[in-house]
Write a protein that binds this ligand. Structure first.
Ligand SMILES: [Zn+2]
Length: 436
């Protein structure tokens, strides 16, 4: 290790200067984050927020590469998942700042700008896309997941510049789309040839490092019944009733998969790493007719190291065996399963990487040594998996304290965001190497 490689080798005076530069810009960072949240960047509607991000990075002097999600690679490149036509729109941004050279390592700071729907908006204590700060938390859809992280990436690098620090290695700032549905935004970045010696993605992790991340597959189940008039229900098969029966059987499969966690590293203490989720359901055609069709969309999770195809086959086998041995299905067309979003393996971050060592000391320095970096598994899809599994690159997921992500009254802790921004600044300095 050279002397420039660890933040612990940054002089205490320089650490103070970098942290002070984050503090000085923090109001501006919160305003930037508010602007991001105000953009309703639901899937398919990210272009306006990307315009804003592009403009602000261009004004800072980055080289901008803005390019579309590459739908032509679906089914060809292994990092891509099947997507509906409307999910193949949208553009990614990779903004690059060339380093000064001299032996530094490169870094990619990654974030996604797409957000999930707000749900029932009048159950929010304030409108989901009008950010408000209360008691030190910013409330709003996407505030934690993960527009706060994007603001941290941008303002961490601003702080270094303001502190008179120039990095030896190249830095990329990624602003990608399509994380919440397929991961094809991140896959397009990888397929375009972007590489770095380390990736950092500040998803809301409560200031912990993600040690392991579960795989995921998203399904669309089409259940068919036999429609009939309610005067002769015995002649029909309600697709809605059949869907309920099928869901119960899939819950049994989920229970078997959950039981496997006891033999898996990292996941034994997580009550439900599988999280079979029936996210949407729609069925029936007429209030007073026995339903002919019912559609369920959802997701399953599985363990790092699992081949996603094995898990999707087990799911399909469960559907097929239910219809084979439950007489309620007799005479009805067989249900179909379509994998209609991310189908992706999970990953594990091996302990002991150089990147983790640098992050660990940056984390400690930003908190004035208050406590050490903890790690934990995360049972959900992360774009980091694209870079780790298909790019073979060291990928750190570490970000601020957030609450109720994908829920009602999502919020991010601004004091935590400030600490994470300092950590990222110190990490970038330690990882990329500096000239002062
Ligand atoms: Zn996220």
């Amino acid at each position: 290790m050279g002397p420039h490689e660890r933040p612990s080798s940054l002089s205490p005076e320089l650490v103070r200067r970098i942290c002070a530069a984050v503090d000085e810009r923090f109001d501006e960072q919160v305003a930037f984050l508010s602007d991001l949240v105000r953009h309703v960047s639901l899937r398919g509607r990210e272009e306006a927020v990307q315009d804003m991000v592009e403009g602000s990075l261009r004004a800072r002097g980055y080289d901008i590469d803005r390019f579309p999600v590459d739908g032509a690679l679906v089914g060809i490149h292994p990092a891509f998942s099947w997507a509906a036509e409307e999910h193949l729109r949208g553009t990614n941004i990779v903004a690059t700042m060339k380093g000064r050279g001299g032996g530094g390592r490169s870094l990619a700071l990654n974030a996604h700008v797409d957000v999930v729907p707000a749900g029932v908006e009048d159950r929010w204590s304030s409108p989901p896309f009008e950010p408000v700060v209360r008691d030190g938390w910013m409330h709003g859809r996407g505030s934690a997941d993960m527009k706060a992280g994007l603001s941290a990436n941008v303002f961490a690098l601003d702080a270094l510049q303001a502190a008179g620090v120039s990095l030896r290695g190249d830095v990329q700032v990624h602003s990608v789309v399509e994380e919440e549905t397929t991961g094809n935004g991140a896959a397009s970045v990888l397929a375009r040839g972007y590489r770095a010696d380390a990736f950092l993605c500040p998803e809301p992790t409560d200031e912990r490092l993600v040690r392991a991340n579960s795989g995921i597959a998203k399904f669309a189940l089409e259940v068919s019944g036999i429609p009939t008039h309610p005067q002769e229900p015995g002649k029909g098969r309600s697709a809605i009733d059949l869907a309920v029966r099928l869901m119960a059987r899939l819950r049994e499969l989920e229970a078997r998969w959950i039981a496997e966690r006891l033999d898996k590293p990292h996941f034994a203490a997580i009550p439900n790493p599988v999280s079979l989720t029936f996210g949407t359901i729609s069925g029936g055609e007429w209030q007073a007719s026995v339903a002919s069709a019912c559609r369920i969309k959802g997701r399953i999770g599985f363990y790092p190291g699992d081949d996603p195809r094995r898990r999707t086959r087990e799911f399909e086998d469960c559907v097929a065996s239910t219809t084979g041995d439950d007489p309620a299905f007799a005479g009805a067309p067989s249900p179909t399963v379509h994998w209609n979003g991310s189908v992706h393996a999970g990953y594990e971050l091996e302990p002991g990487t150089a990147a983790e060592a640098v992050l660990s000391s940056a984390h400690a320095a930003a908190r004035e040594g208050a406590d050490g970096l903890r790690s934990s598994p995360m049972p959900c899809y992360l774009d980091a998996a694209v870079f780790a599994v298909h790019g073979g690159m060291t990928t750190l997921v570490y970000g601020p304290v957030g609450e109720r992500i994908h829920g009602i009254d999502e919020r991010v802790d601004l004091a935590s965001l400030r600490r994470v921004t300092k950590t990222i600044a110190l990490f970038a300095a330690g990882w990329c190497g500096i000239d002062v």
